[in-house]
Ligand binder design. Structure first.
Ligand code: FAD
Length: 467
């Protein structure tokens, strides 16, 4: 059976980019169809990404905080882990948010078409669903098809003991020995959850630092803090995995490679994500997709075909939900006739690990590579009353200033709540604020946020004596 629908705007994919674009377009009075292959809206982020990982990280944080209390005179005893209940909690969080999206779509009269969509021409997409094929004829399209996990050819991914991030989030059990392959944000977040729940977690990373995009001094603090949590193997790679009945036997190569094979109960492969540009027959609409699967767009988010837009992970790095959301808004507004471009000065990056790692704007490494005339101001949390009172002095706040104008170019924070604090630095970068603006802003005492004002004062020379 074939159904035909005609719409002003079709959005292919309902992740953060897709639902944001669909809702904004509907709010602007356009007639919108949203295509999604899965039964729930929300894409990777809500179903198998940002949200479930944060629900599990919340559980891990409370356990870690409770354990830490022992050194301040309060002992709760050994935590009793009920894995099914933890999984239930995570699913409840996801359900609340994906259900909320369905309600918001209904409220806005966004029509949801369930099934796998592929272009059949420059103004049509065929959606194969449970009830047959629906052809959506459109004036404008927004491709928000997202990304998928990358696998390595020598890893037996069909073995149920080899997990990707989606499998790890299912939290089937807590393995005794777990190897996390890839020391990026996703690997470290999931490694944090499993190590707190009781697994012995090893992390292998090819680069010479964890989270290679972040500055080395920030990652040095993290690496030191987690030395008892993870067995770290930097500058090392996995070259073979031998799946045997009693475990996965891994061979490593590199600077910190252990001799011979090492046995693990489970391996989490977290080596990156690839764009889904090749799954949607974009060529039938005349849309160019590069060999990796990315779709190039203009600052209005237009592809090479004027009435077809693309947003989110499928258009490039950084593959982050908040980038997708903003791109979605721009695409919808441009389609509605508004003048808008996607040209942010900065996009924040956060690892919700313990401690959290957060940065925005230029990093120190980028400032050097770009030959900028910059200066760095560091405020160590050992001098923060709030950090001392929270027994978490390992952190630091770092701001990068233009040496001449004093403008804030970027910044990084490592420490508890770093992710929540980062917004202020992002705002400073976006607004072109300088050190005086930030330093003269009265930050409440005692907060960790004070460290941002203090870093600005260090740049200005008003603070000189730090531990
Ligand atoms: P996606 O969320 O990938 O959504 C694309 C949607 O399109 C999917 O629902 C897919 O089913 C659908 N689709 C694709 N092709 C078709 C088709 N042909 N027909 C029908 N439907 C189709 N980002 C953050 O900012 N913060 C975080 O804390 C964070 N944590 C993460 C944790 C994990 C474990 C992972 C894996 C990712 C995380 N991310 C995080 C990244 C974030 O999830 C993505 O950047 C974001 O989901 C991208 O949004 P999107 O709209 O581009 O695509």
């Amino acid at each position: 059976m074939s159904n035909d629908i005609k719409t002003q705007v079709v959005v292919l994919g309902s992740g953060p980019g897709g639902y944001s674009a669909a809702f904004r377009a509907a709010d602007l009075g356009l007639d919108v169809v949203l295509i999604e292959r899965y039964s729930t809206l929300g894409g990777v982020c809500l179903n198998v990404g940002c949200i479930p990982s944060k629900a599990l990280l919340h559980v891990a944080k409370v356990i870690d905080d409770a354990k830490e209390m022992a050194s301040h005179g309060v002992t709760f005893g050994e935590p009793q882990i009920d894995i099914e209940k933890i999984r239930g909690w995570k699913e409840k969080v996801v359900g609340q948010l994906t259900g909320g999206l369905a309600g918001m779509a209904k409220q806005r009269k966004v029509k949801i078409v369930n099934g796998f969509g592929k272009f059949t021409g420059p103004n049509s997409i065929a959606v194969e669903g449970e009830d047959g094929t629906t052809t959506v004829n459109f004036d404008n399209a927004i491709i928000a098809a997202g990304s998928s996990v990358v696998n390595l050819p020598f890893i037996p991914t069909e073995d149920p003991r080899v997990l990707d991030s989606t499998g790890a989030l299912e939290l089937e059990d807590v393995p005794g020995e777990m190897l996390v392959l890839g020391g990026g944000i996703i690997g470290l977040e999931m490694g944090t959850v499993y190590s707190t729940l009781g697994a012995n977690v090893s992390v292998v990373e090819f680069a010479d630092q964890l989270v290679p995009a972040a500055d080395a001094d920030i990652m040095k603090i993290y690496t030191k803090y987690v030395k008892n949590r993870f067995n770290l193997m930097l500058s090392t790679k996995v070259v073979a995995v031998d799946a045997k009945d009693d475990g996965l036997y891994v061979t490593f190569e590199g600077k910190n490679a252990p001799e011979g094979q090492v046995r693990y109960d489970k391996i989490l492969v977290a080596v990156g994500r690839k764009p889904n540009g090749h799954m949607i027959d974009a060529d039938k609409a005349g849309v160019n997709v590069d060999e990796r699967g990315f779709i190039n767009v203009t600052n209005e988010l237009r592809t090479n075909v004027n009435h077809i837009f693309a947003i989110g992970d499928v258009v490039g790095q950084p593959m982050l939900a908040h980038k997708a959301v903003h791109e979605g808004h721009v695409a919808a507004e441009v389609i509605s006739g508004k003048k808008h471009v996607f040209e942010p000065r900065c996009i924040p990056s956060i690892a919700y690990t313990d401690p959290e790692i957060a940065w925005v704007g230029v990093t120190e490494r980028e400032a050097k590579e770009q030959g900028l005339n910059f200066e760095v101001a560091n405020f160590p949390w050992a001098a923060s009353g709030r950090a001392i009172a929270s027994a978490r002095t390992e952190g630091k706040t770092k701001l990068i200033f233009d040496k001449e104008s004093g403008r804030v170019l970027g910044g990084a924070i490592i420490g508890i709540n770093a992710g929540e604090m980062l917004g202020e630095i992002g705002l400073a970068v976006e607004m072109g604020a300088d050190a005086e603006d930030v330093g003269l802003t009265i930050h409440a005492h005692p907060t960790l946020n004070e460290s941002i004002g203090m870093a600005a004062e260090i740049f200005e020379g008003s603070i000189t004596d730090l531990p």
